[in-house]
Ligand binder design. Structure first.
Ligand code: AMP
Ligand code: GLY
Length: 425
């Protein structure tokens, strides 16, 4: 089989590595891919959001299977277009991807079907949002742009002035475009966060091993929100008891709700959860594998991933036994100086051979090859990933490797996994 993976970040690199392990796969192609991915897959310069371009590429290279990894092409209907052109795919259709594409949709879905989440109100008018927040006078509060916003569409103002500034940016200056036409204002929840990715064929749901993201840029969960600065798996806050409650109150009800709405979800459904004092609640759904969660979840997968994709397409997932290793896995993101604000590109990366380093797997998020040299090309550059007998062991390997990799301005968090380890101690 020849498999085409759409996307070009660390998540796609992790997917490609896992797909290459499949006995049934001869070669993997990727569009657009990146410098580091090009060591593992033939990369084609077609944008991940170019639906016609991706369909044409799949035909040109005679792909047998196409995996659409990022949110925006899924929400835009790339899977629908590929299916119409006769390609087997992994990823939800547009009518199901809306679970991530619209926060208003997902909040209303949870309310309608009694799935635990923060209390909320929807607005289409900036003045009304401010009046509501002023009257409520509860801070911090949470304001979310309705549509996709590169993971940056959530603000958590501590004061009314911050809320006014945020609403202006989202709803008037339209920094996320039409994604800011509507906003959701919701109750601020507290508790540890857990990411659970789950395979589903619309009939059954099979959660993968749990993980924990670290979204803020700086140590101690300080600084700006980012796409994710590191991950660990398993997440010790996700106990068997919590898992059982999530299955009963969140996972199965969500799959049923989507069916009841005529929006059967097939693919990887990402549950962003918070374990609040009142039990687990949904912070967000994503219609795809998380980034950088995938980088710590898939290395633990023992079952052939193509068998899982096939079982989803034939709606026989319940018959498949999916196996996971007991190892822990950790990913430390090395980012460009300045990220998540503006940052330079094209900085040479040293310390890697053919993009890799012994003892770890380096998933490339934002790299390019220029004049034969590996250089930075994005905000998140590398995900330095290690398996270990436990989190401590895996973290020691990830951090030892990070010390050996250099590029000017590189920054990374020194406390990935600390919150998880604190609970275990
Ligand atoms: P989201 O993009 O919806 O995952 O939100 C980004 C981050 O904002 C989450 O990972 C949480 O850390 C935080 N967040 C979102 N919603 C809430 C909430 N209702 N209460 C507290 N924190 C939240
Ligand atoms: N790591 C969070 C996300 O993929 O959206």
């Amino acid at each position: 089989m020849k498999v085409l993976v759409v996307g070009g970040g660390g998540r796609e690199h992790a997917l490609i590595r896992k797909i290459k392990e499949s006995k049934r796969v001869d070669s993997v192609a990727c569009c657009p891919g990146n410098g580091g991915i090009s060591y593992d897959a033939e990369c084609y310069s077609v944008s991940a959001t170019d639906i016609d371009g991706v369909v044409a590429l799949a035909k040109e290279i005679s792909a047998d299977f196409v995996v659409v990894a990022p949110d925006d092409p899924l929400v835009l209907g790339m899977v629908d277009a590929l299916n119409e052109a006769g390609f087997a795919t992994f990823g939800p259709k547009a009518n199901a991807a809306i679970i991530e594409g619209s926060k208003v949709f997902s909040k209303n879905l949870m309310l309608k079907y009694g799935i635990p989440t923060a209390e909320y109100k929807v607005f289409d008018n900036p003045a009304e949002v401010i009046d509501y927040i002023r009257e409520k006078n509860e801070f911090p509060t949470v304001i979310k742009a309705d549509g996709l916003a590169l993971g940056k569409g959530v603000i958590i103002p501590e004061t009314l002035d911050e809320a006014i500034a945020g609403v202006k940016e989202i709803m008037e200056d339209k920094i996320f475009g039409a994604s800011g036409n509507n906003v959701v204002v919701e109750e601020f929840l507290t508790g540890p966060e857990v990411s659970v990715l789950a395979f589903t064929d619309g009939k059954c749901v099979k959660p993968m091993v749990s993980s924990m993201d670290h979204k803020r840029a700086l140590d101690g969960d300080k600084g700006l929100n980012t796409g994710g600065m590191g991950t660990v798996s398993p997440n010790p806050y996700y106990t068997d008891e919590v898992a059982k409650e999530c299955m009963e109150k969140i996972f199965i009800p969500t799959i049923k709700a989507m069916n009841a709405e005529g929006r059967t979800f097939k693919g990887c459904l990402y549950f962003g959860l918070m374990i609040t004092p009142k039990g687990p609640k949904v912070i967000e759904y994503n219609c795809r594998f998380g980034d950088p969660e995938t980088q710590v979840v898939l290395p633990r997968l023992k079952t052939d991933i193509m068998d899982i994709f096939d079982a989803i397409n034939s709606e026989t997932l319940s018959d498949l036994d999916i196996e996971w290793s007991d190892d822990a896995c950790t990913c430390v993101i090395m980012a460009s100086g300045g990220y998540p604000k503006s940052y330079p590109k094209g900085i040479e990366i040293t310390g890697l051979t053919d993009g890799q380093l012994d003892g770890v797997t380096v998933y490339h998020a934002g790299t390019a090859i220029k004049d034969g040299k590996l250089v930075t090309s994005g905000g998140r550059v590398l995900g330095v990933t290690a398996l270990g007998s436990d989190l401590e062991d895996a973290l020691a390997k990830s951090y030892a490797a990070v010390e050996k990799i250099n590029f000017d301005g590189a920054h990374y968090r020194k406390d990935i996994g600390k919150r998880a380890l604190d609970l275990l101690r």
